[in-house]
Design a binder for this molecule. Structure first.
Ligand code: URA
Length: 239
């Protein structure tokens, strides 16, 4: 992939476009071992070895992270009241990251964070009906009638009929039950509203998967990692 040397160094965070041009003219930059002094020099960031002042520049246009979101963090880039999920991410200061979609303040689990707008748009497009699986602890016992209602499409208090969803009752607890819920759309507070429509209440919610991407169980709450090339290929396939 070819791009201008000054643009690449500026996007990497070396400095402003003007500062970067100055560094290049002063001979701070080598490409494949050769000092390059013209700022419009074209580099291939996948092939060329670019070194600025002794530092190897490993430029990538896009970053894809999975975060195990803890409660108490807002899925936004800025918020006046609460910390945002981006406050948990470090080492990617030069990338314009944002969360892909939203989990509620009190929801935990799999959240994707990227700077690839097109990817996010395709993953969130309502017309694509991508699967999302949640674990939920419920106050009140869900039953086979609820399972059937989820299959048929729960009607919310707004009158909206949800798309077919899968409810699996995992086990009973003292005050209710634990369930797994798979939905194929992403309305605001959707799981909580669907469960409320069955006259029960979600008391804990965690997202386990999006499409074929599973939350990495070794990630502690608040930890993140880059998607592996395989995970990314699988996720992008048929997006
Ligand atoms: N459904 C909800 O009710 N909350 C979430 O955070 C995600 C899905």
């Amino acid at each position: 992939m070819e791009m201008r040397l000054d643009k690449l160094l500026a996007s990497y965070g070396i400095g402003s476009r003007k500062e970067v041009k100055n560094y290049i003219r002063k001979g701070f930059v080598t490409v494949n071992g050769k000092i390059i002094k013209n700022d419009d020099y074209k580099v291939d960031y996948q092939q060329d070895e670019i070194i600025f002042d002794g530092e190897v520049i490993e430029y990538r246009p896009y970053v894809y992270l999975m975060l195990n979101k803890p409660q108490g963090y807002v899925c936004a880039t800025k918020d006046n009241l609460h910390p945002t999920v981006l406050d948990l991410i470090f080492g990617y200061e030069n990338y314009d990251l944002f969360p892909v979609g939203r989990l509620d303040l009190d929801t935990e689990g799999l959240l994707l964070i990227t700077n690839d707008g097109d990817f996010a748009h395709r993953l969130l497009a309502p017309s694509r009906h991508h699967s999302k699986v949640y674990f939920a602890s419920i106050e009140g016992k869900m039953n086979q009638e609820d399972v059937a209602a989820f299959k048929q499409g729960i009607v919310l208090d707004t009158g909206y009929r949800c798309k077919e969803a899968n409810l699996e009752i995992l086990e009973e607890t003292e005050t209710g039950c634990n369930v797994k819920i798979e939905i194929f759309e992403g309305k605001f507070h959707q799981i909580k509203k669907m469960v409320a429509a069955c006259n029960k209440k979600v008391i804990y919610l965690k997202r386990l998967s999006i499409k074929n991407l599973q939350l990495d169980r070794t990630l502690e709450l608040g930890d993140f990692r880059e998607l592996s090339p395989m995970e990314l290929v699988d996720l992008m396939n048929d997006l």
